[in-house]
Design a protein around this ligand. Sequence first.
Ligand code: ATP
Ligand code: MG
Length: 686
Amino acid sequence: MYLEKLNPQQRMAVEHGTLTDGNHIAGPLLVIAGAGSGKTNTLAHRVAHLIVKGADPRRILLMTFSRRAAAEMARRVERICRDVLGANAGVMADALSWSGTFHGIGARLLRDYAQQIGLDPDFTIHDREDSADLMNLIRHDLGFSKTESRFPTKGTCLAIYSRAVNSETALDLVLRDAFPWCATWEKQLRELFACYVEAKQTQNVLDYDDLLLYWAQMVGEAVIAEDIGSRFDHVLVDEYQDTNRLQASILLALKPEGRGLTVVGDDAQSIYSFRAATVRNILDFPAAFSPAANIVTLDRNYRSTQPILAAANAVIDLASERFTKNLWTERQSSERPRLVTVRDEAEQARYIADKVLDNREEGLKLKQQAVLFRASHHSGPLEVELTRRNIPFVKFGGLKFLDSAHVKDMLATLRFAQNPRDRVAGFRLMQILPGVGPSTAQKALDLMAEDVSPLSALAAMPAPPRSGEDWTSFVSMLQEMKSGKAGWPAEIGLVREWYAPHLERLHEDAATRQADLLQLEQIASGYASRERFLTELTLDPPDATSDQAGVPLLDDDYLILSTIHSAKGQEWTRVFILNVVDGCIPNDLAVGTTAEIEEERRLLYVAMTRARDGLDLVVPQRFFTYGQNSQGDRHVYASRSRFIPATLLQFFEACSWPQVKSDAAAQAQARQVRIDVGARMRGMWR
Ligand code: ATP
Ligand code: MG
C-alpha cells in the first residue's frame, strides 16, 4: 500500500483533510522542510491520494517555478498513480491537465479570460531578448540613443523596468537603490517605459512579467477570482520559496481562506531573490491563514549518505538566518565528500572527465552523474574536454540552441503567423528578405498596424523594389499559415520550405543549421497546437544544442551539465561541483550585500544536497574571468570558497589531482588523442 512507504509526517501531509468527508476540502497546509526530505514526493503522493479518494484530476491545479521541476512533478504523479490505480492510471494522470509553471498556467488562464479583460486571445509572448529588442526600437524612436550621450543600454533599461514592476517599487527609488548611475535619466526613462507599455498593448504582446502582472490584476476582480478559484478544488505549489509577492497574492485571491491549498518549500533553498522571490511567502503563510493553517515539518533526509548530509548541514549552519532544522539520515557510508584541488580549469575538466569514465567503468551510467556550476559559462573548458573525448553530455540552463539566429527566425515566423501585430517578430522576419532593411520593414509594419486586418494590408502593399518574388512568397506563406489548412504541426514544414533558400543565402553552415531546424520541428510536433508550443517554448525552452557539441540522441546515455539554478529539485548518484572558489561561488557579481552573499551560500547548499552517494567539490587554483577589469579577460589566482572555512575541512576528504604526472603518462595521453581523431575520421565514411 503506497501510504505505508511514507513516514508518519509525510503521511500526515498526504492524508491531510481527506479522511473526514468526501469533499476533500482541506484547510490550508504548509510543508516546510530541508532538501531531500521528500517534499516533492509527498506532494506527488498527495495528488495521487486525492484522486484515489475521488477528487477530479481536472480540478487540481499543480504549480511550480521552473519547467524542469514541473515536468519532474508530473512524471512522479503519473508513476504513483500508475502504482496506485493500475490500468486506469494513464487516463487519470493525463487528465491532470492543470499542471505546469506559474507563467505557463498564467498564460493559459489569460487566454481563457482574454475577452473579459480586454485582451486579444491571440497575444504572443516576448522572451527577454524580444523585450530588449522592443525596448531598443522605442529608445531609437524617441531619439534618446542619439540625443542623450551614454543613455542606458536596452538591457539596462529592461532591467530597471523589470525591477520596478516585480518589486512593486517606484522608479525613483529603484534608480536610487539599484541603478544610481542612471538616475539622471529618470524623466526619459519614465517616458520610455510609458511608450513600452503602450507598444506592447497595441502590438498585442505580453512579456514574462506581464503574465504574472495581468494575472494578478485579473484576479483582483472578485468575480473573476471566484470563477477561477472555483474551477479548482485543490491548488498545490512546490518550491514555494521561489515565489514572489505577486504569486502569493494570486494564490490568496484564488483561495482566500486557503481551503484546498497546499504549499511546500524550504527556506534554505531560496535562490531566486534576483527575480523578486521572497522567503517571506513561506514564513508569512501561517499568519495569512491564521488560525486555520496546518504546518508539517519533515526532518529525515532520504537522498544523501550521512557524510554528504553532514557536510551540507555544516555549510548551511553558518548561514546568518535560517528556519528549517537540520536533517538526519539512516544512509551510512564511509565515503566523505571530496575537496579536490587542481591547478586550473583545464585540469579540472580533465579530472572530471577521468572520474566520470571511472565511474562508468564501475557500472554507473553517465546519466546518474551530474556536473554543477554557478554560471553557465563556467562549463566552457569542460564542454571542450568532453567533446574531445567523445563523452556525450547535455547542458541545462544554457540557451545555446534557441539563441541561434536560424532557430529564432523560425520561431519568429510562427509567432508572426499567430499574431501579425507582433512588431519584434515582424521586424526580424522582413529583414531576412533581400532588399528589405529596417526602414522598409518599419513602414510595412506601420501600414499593418493601422489596418483592422494586418495581413490583408500587407498583401495589398507593393513589394519593395529589390525583393519582388521573395516578398510575394513571404506574404503567401503567411496567408497560408493564417488559413490553417496545413494544420499543426505540418505547417512547420511550410515555414521550413519558405526559409530554406534564405538559410542557404545567409549562412555558410546551412546544413548544420538545417539539422537544428529539423530538431526544432521534432520538438514542436510534441505539442498540441502552435499556440501551446510557442507559449511553452518562450516561457522555458527545452535544452538542446547543435549535434556538434556532442549531444546524443534522446535515449542515449549522457552526462548532465547544469547550472545550480537549473538543478533545483533533482538528484544524482554522483555530483561534481565546479569552481568552488571565491569569485565563482560566491560569485563576483553578487558580493555587494550580506543578503546577496547569503543567497550564494544557499546556492552551494542546493548544489551539495543534489548528491546521493558521491560528492566532489573541485577547487582550481587559477580560473579565468571575463573582462571584469580594465585589462580585459584574464586568469586570476583563486582561493577556496569562503563558505568552506578551515573549521569545516573535517567534513571533507582533501586531495589534489593529479599527484605527479610522469612524462610517460603525459605521452600516453597524447597518443590517446591521436587514436581518437583517427577513429572519428574513419567513422565518417562508414
Ligand atoms: P528538494 O528539496 O531537493 O526538492 P525534496 O524534499 O523534494 O527535495 P524528494 O525529491 O521528494 O525531496 O525526495 C528525495 C529522495 O528521497 C527521492 O529519491 C525520494 O524518492 C526519496 N524518498 C522520499 N520519501 C521517501 C520515503 N518515505 N521512503 C523512501 N524514500 C523516500
Ligand atoms: Mg523537491
